[in-house]
Structures are given as structure tokens and as C-alpha cells.
Design a protein around this ligand. Sequence first.
Ligand code: KIV
Length: 283
Amino acid sequence: MAKKKLSRFDLQGMKDKKESLVWITAYDYWTARFAEEAGMEMILVGDSLGMCVYGYEGTVPVTMDQCIYHCEAVRRGAANTFVIGDMPFLSYQVSVEDAVRNAGRFYKEAHVDAIKLEGGRRVCAQIRAIVDGGMLVMGHIGLTPQSSGQLGGFKAQGRTAETAMELIVDARAIQEAGAFSLLVEAVPPEVCRIIRDDLNIPVYSIGAGIDADGQLMICSDVLGVFQAFTPKFVKKYESIADKTIAAFTEYAKDVRSGQFPQPEHTYKMVDGELPKLEKLLKR
Ligand code: KIV
């Protein structure tokens, strides 16, 4: 039986029943299929695709068109999973109109179930306008990679009482603006717990400890594909990079030593056609 796609009310119900939700990023058709088969409740087509797929040093160069393109592939691979499109840098910061129009592109062109954007009080006008446009918005606070320059790099946030309080105020404002859920990235678990207990909407963690309504991980980290750096909060469940290099090395060795391809890897000519071809060649 096909898996049933969850609605925002199912997600809210999971928080209310204290059931932990699990989700992962995906950027392509295959990963999305495997995520759906593995029973992920949600998939994020994160702008982390800039680093994980395109090899940029951060997420700032990522464009709307790139995000839409990858969301479309993910949607095809995971028709029955709640898919979230991630709004890239400058697709919502400049104006409320930009924010609504670009959020709408995710819906119209890639058939997402929700969009996510980074920031606290300073993006609440955008959140409110997108929600007024009939769309679902997930907030994202803590380590927000698009503003990592302002944060002094990819660093944990909310480690002092004062900065933690700023995050709590941001979280309340995001809920008040109409977001259906919130992602908290790279903050101490105590701060995430306070936010989770304080808000009515689901609060998800990536690198913010276990006291959340669910956990997100980057697929390239889980699989051991992303090699530029490994954040402290990552647990690698596979080493696909090593396995891929080993497979490619083996393939190259086989070709160079004449072990590949073998007859079983080739197509046969139709019986009796080779002598005819040889005759044709002699004309
Ligand atoms: O782009 C992304 O994958 C994200 C995560 C880092 C939370 O926003």
C-alpha cells in the first residue's frame, strides 16, 4: 500500500502526542525515493545543495532556479512525502513581494508542501505575507547558514543567556507570524527544549539535541558523502564516499587489465548477420 502523505495537522498531531518525527534532506530523485522508502516523514530540499551538490563553500550563491530544479526531482521521487522547499539567499530578504512570489514559485513549479526560510523577527513580515498567500512556512533560527558571515562562521548559537533569550523571542515571533513549524539549528539542547516547550507548533532540531519534536539530518552527512567538514552534531551512518572511490578504482583496474567488459556485458548480432556484413565490407 502506498504511504500516506502527512498534512500539517498530522505533523501537529505528532507533537501533541509527543511522537518524534524524522526527516532528511534530499536533492535528487533517487535520494528522495530512498528517503520515502525508509519512511521519512518529511524531506527538505535544502539550499545546502549549494555545498553538497554544486561544491560551493556556502549557501549564498544558490539561486531560485537551482532550488526549483532540485525540488522538482525530489517531488518525482517522493510523491507521498511532505516536501519542503528551502528559500535561497535574497529570494525573500529584499521585499515581502519577492518573498510571496518566490514562495509561490516553489508551489506552482515544484509542487512542494511547504517552504522554509531563515531568520527571526526580521523576516516575520515575509512569513505573515506568505501564510496570507495560502502557503505553509517553516521558520529556521540558530545557526542560519545564509547569514553565517554575520554570525562569525558556521558556529553554534544561543550559548549565553542573552543570545538564548534572543532566540526564544525570535521563536515566539515566528509562531505569532503564522509559521506551522520551526527548525532550530546548532544551539545547546537546553535552549531547544525551552523553545519546544514554549511553542505550540512543532519545533525540530538539527544539532540542537534530543528535546525537540523531531530530528533533521543532511543526507550527504548521513551517507558520508560530504567531505569538506563534519559538524559536531553529525552522525555518519555510511561511508559512501569511500565505497564510491573503491568501486571506481576497481572499474578502472578492470578496464586497464582487460577484465571489463566480458562477453556477458555485450549485445549479440542477430544470427547470420555478421557474414552478411563482412560481405558488404568487401564490396
Ligand atoms: O539547507 C539546508 O539543508 C538547511 C539545513 C542546514 C537545516 O537549511
